[in-house]
Ligand binder design. Structure first.
Ligand code: ZN
Ligand code: ZN
Length: 267
């Protein structure tokens, strides 16, 4: 049936989480162009700090195919106070291309910032996202339990939309997240041979709940492992998911892109 023909034929990828401002091996302009050449229609540039958030907004203003997320990473949560919260609030108000808040959440891997500070910043980000009716991009490293504990206060609330970026849990945790209405985003980590549990999670959850991302310049997928990562490599994530789910790359591209466009309201 030709009903979905446009989607099937016009497949493209969306890198829902990248840090173009941290890439060192090439200019953002070249990285964006190379992504476009590899059929990446949109890139969401995610802020890790106030400076990073401003960069995200700058990229979004400069490049048609880049959108911005603004927030402060749990590694810098001790530097996130009322002043920063108000700054982001104003920033979101004045920029239509800010499509998400984050990344925020918990990181218990080599992070000197106290859990209390991380939680305080995380909650402030969630409330900012709800206030503006945009999603929150959550960072959860070695903190599944704490992440769920915070999120359970918000699930089901009007305007609450959340994605767990760089998903690192197992199938059980993935199902729990889906049950709470969350979306799940996979990075190049899913292509690693030792990422057995992540692959199982991808297998079990519906494609309609999945986004793909690079988290560039970090976490380059298997063929480029150890090198700097770029949004143009997001296809490797799609290829891996296609293999795991035994479907075509086109289907992964088409469904995850549609998911992301609706979720982040990209246009
Ligand atoms: Zn992250
Ligand atoms: Zn990130």
């Amino acid at each position: 049936m030709p009903e979905n023909q446009q989607e099937v034929n016009g497949t493209y990828f969306i890198d829902t989480h990248a840090h173009l401002d941290m890439i060192e091996g090439k200019t953002p302009e070249i990285a964006i162009q190379e992504a476009a050449d590899e059929n990446v229609k949109y890139i969401i540039n995610v802020g890790s700090s106030i400076e990073g958030s401003l960069k995200s907004v700058e990229f979004a203003k400069t490049y048609n195919n880049v959108f911005a997320s603004v927030g402060v990473h749990p590694h810098y949560a001790n530097k996130f106070g009322k002043k920063e919260e108000e700054f982001l609030d104003e920033l979101i108000k004045s920029n239509k291309k800010i499509v998400a808040v984050g990344e925020a959440g918990f990181d218990f891997f080599q992070n000197p910032v106290s859990i209390k500070d991380q939680e305080r910043a995380f909650v402030a980000h969630i409330e900012l996202a709800i206030k503006h009716g945009i999603p929150i991009a959550i960072h959860d490293r070695e903190a599944h339990k704490e992440t769920i504990n915070v999120l359970k206060n918000y699930t089901g609330l009007k305007n609450f939309k959340a994605v767990l970026h760089c998903f690192s849990g197992d199938a059980d945790f993935a199902l729990k997240c889906i049950g709470m209405g969350l979306y799940i985003s996979f990075t190049g980590v899913i292509t690693f041979k030792n990422a057995k549990l992540t692959k199982e999670a991808a297998k079990i959850i519906p494609l309609e709940k999945i986004f793909i991302e690079t988290d560039a310049p970090y976490l380059a997928p298997q063929p480029k492992r150890g090198q700097e990562n770029y949004p143009s490599y997001v296809k490797y994530v799609a290829e891996e998911i296609a293999q795991i789910k035994e479907i075509s790359v086109e289907e992964v591209a088409s469904v995850t892109s549609k998911n992301a466009e609706e979720f982040f309201n990209l246009k």
